[in-house]
Design a protein around this ligand. Structure first.
Ligand SMILES: Cc1ncc(C[n+]2csc(CCOP(=O)(O)OP(=O)(O)O)c2C)c(N)n1
Length: 242
């Protein structure tokens, strides 16, 4: 019996699916992912958490024209399955096979070679500057977790982005986990500490003036957070949706 995934050879095929098929696709992707990581090893949890995200990004944006930058890159397996590497997926993380991280030499859909954490916003901002200098028009989307966001390079890039007011999209996947539970940048606590004296919205990014140029898209909210808005978003007053 053919599956929804059988019909997916690139992002355009994702865009054609209806709601029910999208849901079925996510289930099938999860099955493939679990099977492959069971056999080949690799990052399971981070990829399981990025199934809907990868599908949504490829439905909304127009990759490879639009540049999706996966911070660390350990969560890019589903992105690979959706961007023409389904047949090679059995070779994931094997000698001569496809990499467990994004690699521009492997695919035009991988816009930045990663492995180290905390580089995606800086890389995205650099691309945004280059894009504007060239007079081009496309989206750049940095996808970063709460763990990746604790690196100093991320703070520097946020500060720089807030200063330059470039069109850059940052998707924060805040699941409260790095390799272990995330410490230091615990939004529920640290967010209010950083934001005190600025605005009582509990948002850390507002400290960087980030909301003036970048609208954050929060796809994951930790359950039980006291600072969530009515739509399950922790950005309260500053939330672009509320
Ligand atoms: C500079 C650097 N330090 C440490 C690591 C090891 N590392 C790999 S994944 C990860 C945690 C990433 O957590 P997060 O960004 O929240 O993403 P999640 O796995 O929760 O989706 C870390 C610390 C790394 N890749 N690079």
């Amino acid at each position: 019996m053919s599956t929804v995934l059988d019909g997916i050879n690139g992002p355009d095929d994702v865009k054609r699916l209806n709601k029910g098929e999208l849901s079925e696709l996510c289930s099938e992707l999860r099955e493939v992912l679990i099977g492959r990581v069971t056999d080949n090893g690799g990052h399971l949890a981070s990829n399981l958490g990025a199934v809907e995200l990868a599908v949504a990004l490829h439905r909304v944006f127009d990759s490879p024209k639009d540049k999706i930058i996966w911070d660390v890159g350990h969560q890019s397996y589903i992105h690979k399955l959706l961007t023409g590497r389904k047949q090679q997926f059995s070779s994931l993380r094997t000698f001569g096979g496809i990499s467990g991280f994004p690699d521009p030499d492997e695919s035009q859909y991988d816009s930045f070679s990663t492995g180290h954490a905390s580089t995606s916003i800086s890389a995205g901002l650099g691309m945004a500057i280059a894009r504007d200098l060239a007079g081009d028009d496309y989206n750049i989307i940095s996808v970063i977790g709460d763990g990746g966001l604790t690196g100093g390079m991320s703070f520097e890039a946020l500060n720089h982005a807030g200063h330059l007011s470039k069109n850059l999209i940052v998707v924060l996947t805040d699941n409260g986990m790095s390799i272990s539970p995330t410490v230091l940048l615990h939004w529920g606590q640290t967010g209010s500490v950083f934001a005190s004296g600025i605005e009582d919205d509990g948002s850390f990014l507002a400290c960087f003036g980030f909301f003036n140029c970048v609208r954050p898209v929060v796809l994951y909210c930790r359950r039980g957070s006291s600072s969530r808005c009515s739509r399950n978003c922790r950005w309260s007053k500053r939330c672009p949706q509320c």
